[in-house]
Design a binder for this molecule. Structure first.
Ligand code: SF4
Length: 382
């Protein structure tokens, strides 16, 4: 299969692994004093574990798993707000399936559905639009969730609803952007980060230049990467070569998919429909300035927060909720510990009975450790 087979070639992988080992030795990386490389995207975390790359690379490379999984960074307070909305009798609440099992303070969307709320899984915001057309006497709310990858499709559905003059379709907007949390992590004095593997799908939309500040202001290299094992190995090698050469640049390993300046049609749709929120809450990271998007006044009729007076649209402000006791999601997401360091891993928290969001999502670091960790998962559970 073109663009897949050649990026899974074991012989080529051995060559790149040897090059990684050579450069790691040149810069003096050891198990005790490793180079810390954060893969920002949850899809990369899963690929690293699926292919065992963390075990294959030189022992002086440590992967730090970043906050690039939108379901994982959704705070419990937002899940609670979803459920408040979904339980209204007039509402049909629509969502992608991966958000269904994320626990709020009392329950999840899955449980709320079992308890009678009209919650429907959709594959696209356009499915939600169709539901609105077919149910003019109900309020159809779409749970807009995700980074720049999914933001344009929600924007297009809002534009379409406006064109059709639909009055019973709104979006509960939880779209977030990648650069602000990276800045927050770099500003954290406890974080030790030497370089980044940048997200491929997000960059397909926004291009590579929104990351320029990482090299220019913080002196750290970032390589935008694809998702196959050889993509990731080559990206790690490119980061290491920059460190060895004393360079800090934004490079694009995934040029077969990511245009330098992104996708102009998607960017135009985002700019038309959304504006940055002053601040937005992230699980484990707290409120981060300008890290979330809200619906512009021109499309206010399609903003569920404004229409129903909830969340950031609530007159009384919104409640911030602490993580459940014993949950280390925040520490895992900021690289301060590994999933297996969490006391709940594999015992109080499993994919079947998740306590934290990192175990729910297919892109969560804890789910990756559990699914592909093998002995590590068993050891932690013992
Ligand atoms: S094991 Fe569960 S509770 Fe612990 S950090 Fe992971 S998701 Fe959170």
């Amino acid at each position: 299969m073109r663009y897949v087979e050649e990026f899974r070639d074991p012989k080529a992988a051995k060559g790149v692994l040897a090059a990684i080992a050579r450069v790691a030795d040149e810069i003096g990386a050891t198990k005790e004093k490793p180079v810390h490389i954060m893969e920002i995207c949850g899809g990369h975390t899963h690929a690293i574990f699926r292919y065992g790359l963390d075990k294959l690379v030189h022992e002086g490379i440590e992967f730090i798993h970043g906050p690039g999984c939108p379901v994982c960074v959704l705070p419990m307070s937002r899940v609670d707000e979803c459920i408040d909305l979904a339980e209204r009798p007039e509402v049909i609440f629509t969502t992608f399936g991966d958000a269904m099992r994320v626990p709020g303070t009392k329950t999840s969307l899955m449980q709320a559905k079992a308890d009678g709320a009209d919650i429907r899984m959709v594959y696209s915001p356009l499915d939600a639009l169709e539901l609105a057309r077919r149910n003019p006497d109900r309020e159809v709310v779409f749970f807009g969730l995700g980074f720049e990858t999914t933001t344009p499709s929600t924007a297009l559905s809002i534009q379409q609803a406006a064109r059709e003059g639909l009055t019973n379709f709104t979006v509960f907007c939880n779209h977030i952007t990648v650069p602000p949390p990276i800045k927050a992590l770099l500003d954290d004095p406890h974080m030790v980060l030497d370089g980044f593997v940048g997200p491929g799908h997000v960059s397909m939309v926004i291009g590579v230049h929104p990351y320029d500040f990482i090299a220019e202001d913080y002196g750290k290299p970032l390589v935008v990467s694809g998702f196959e094992p050889l993509d990731l190995l080559q990206s790690v090698l490119m980061v290491l070569e920059q460190i060895r050469d004393g360079r800090a640049e934004i490079e694009n390993q995934y040029a077969r998919v990511v245009p330098e300046h992104g996708n102009p049609i998607s960017i135009a749709a985002i700019d038309d429909v959304y504006e940055p929120r002053p601040t937005f809450e992230w699980r484990g990271l707290g409120e981060i300035d300008a890290s979330g998007l809200r619906i512009r006044d021109a499309y206010r009729a399609f903003d569920a927060e404004a229409k129903f007076g909830i969340g950031y649209g609530a007159a009384a402000g919104r409640a911030v909720v602490e993580e459940p006791e014993g949950c280390a999601c925040g520490a895992v997401m900021t690289g301060r510990c590994k999933p297996t360091d969490c006391a709940q891993f594999g015992t109080g928290c499993t994919p079947e009975m998740p306590l934290g969001a990192l175990m729910v999502s297919s892109e969560g670091a804890c789910a990756a450790y559990y699914q592909y960790g093998g002995a590590r998962a068993v050891e932690a559970a013992e």
